[in-house]
Design a protein around this ligand. Structure first.
Ligand code: DAH
Length: 353
């Protein structure tokens, strides 16, 4: 075999060895076999020492060419491996731009929350404050302070959810109405204006609504054990039934967005008001036209209740009302089963947004 054939074979051996390398690490190992300190090209170089000056020149040049050819093959393979790696990465991280986008659906408010927001906005525009109170109440705020006698049927276990945490003499319960907020709010208001009252001055009027959840042992198409109420209270020096009528009529007409709406105050009884009235409304147009629909209880705040607020009933007088936002929502949207509101079915709930 001529020396040149040996060199040519060395180049092709290097080429196929590099081609067999599947990774950059493999390739570096293959490189060492040819170009490393103990590699085959290096061995050839060492062999030059034994040659004459003339032969060294030609043989040296030939070996150099071989070395360059192997280095070129190495560089080409390095680039090919790097390109393959990049291609694989691009493929793995590819975006399919033809896929439909992932939708982020927007949430919406519950229909009863929408009603509560409307109630707050309307009464807010009439100068009413909005107050929140506890759902676990004491028997004092829920009944006693509201002039409800010991033997009143509402206090029975059949009607009221009693809960742990109180004593036998002062039990805790889930509030059966928002009326305890009349006392809680008024007591705070009186405390805030104590100095004025002590000087015999007239305190600013109490004008507040208190929306929230309430609980009773009751369940059918028109009753849920949890339901909503919104209390209203207006106490001042000279607040009368006439004011109640104006305020509530205004509220109903704004809430239902119609002037064609008539109110009726039907005599009733509540322990915490005297006189008391049930408020009915009648639409003059639309699917409910002509029917009387009960929307609230109301009345002039009983002197005993005014006393429990820390005020003198000879000086302060006013009215209160309690309405049902669930029922207002049913009337406004024409929903006929209260339970739909609390089943949590999105097909129903999403229609309101
Ligand atoms: N608390 C009463 C109920 O739950 C409703 C009510 C009636 C509230 C008359 C009042 C009122 O403030 O004056 O049935």
């Amino acid at each position: 075999m001529s020396p040149d054939t040996v060199l040519d074979e060395l180049v092709s051996a290097a080429q196929s060895s590099f081609a067999a390398a599947r990774s950059p690490a493999d390739l570096e190992n293959a490189k060492a076999q040819f170009l490393g300190k103990a590699g085959r090209v290096t061995e050839l170089m060492k062999g030059l020492a034994a040659l004459s000056v003339e032969d060294k020149k030609t043989r040296g040049a030939a070996i150099n060419q071989t070395k360059q050819a192997i280095e070129a093959a190495l560089t080409a393979r390095r680039q090919a491996l790097a390109q393959a790696e990049l291609d694989a990465q691009l493929k793995a991280e590819a975006l399919d731009v033809s896929l439909p986008g992932r939708q982020r659906s927007t949430g919406g408010l519950h229909p009863v929350s929408l009603t509560l927001e409307r109630i707050e906005a309307i009464f807010g525009s009439m100068g009413f404050d909005v107050a929140q109170g506890p759902e676990i109440e004491t028997d004092w705020f829920n009944f006693t302070a509201l002039n409800t006698p010991e033997d009143h049927p509402a206090r029975s276990m059949h009607d009221t959810f009693y809960v742990e945490g109180g004593t036998e003499a002062a039990p805790n319960l889930l509030r059966t109405h928002t009326s305890p907020m009349q006392i809680r709010y008024a007591v705070q208001h009186v405390k805030k204006h104590r100095a004025m009252l002590d000087r015999g001055e007239l305190m600013p009027e109490i004008r507040v609504i208190a929306p929230g959840r309430t609980y009773r042992v009751d369940s059918d198409a028109t009753h849920s054990p949890m339901f909503h109420q919104c209390e209203g209270l207006w106490i001042g020096e000279n607040v009368s039934f006439k004011d109640l009528k104006v305020v509530f009529t205004d509220f109903c007409r704004t809430f239902f967005e119609t002037k064609d709406l008539v109110l009726r105050f039907r005599p009733s009884f509540f322990p915490f008001t005297e006189p008391s009235a049930e408020i009915d409304i009648q639409f003059q147009q639309g699917p409910l036209a002509g029917r009387w629909l009960e929307v609230a209880g109301s009345g002039q705040v009983h002197p005993n209740v005014v006393r429990h607020m820390g005020l003198d009933p000879e000086k302060y007088i006013g009215f209160a009302f309690g309405m049902g936002p669930d029922r207002l929502t049913m009337l406004r949207y024409g929903v006929n089963d209260l339970r739909l509101f609390f089943d949590g079915d999105l097909r129903f709930l999403s229609q309101f947004n």
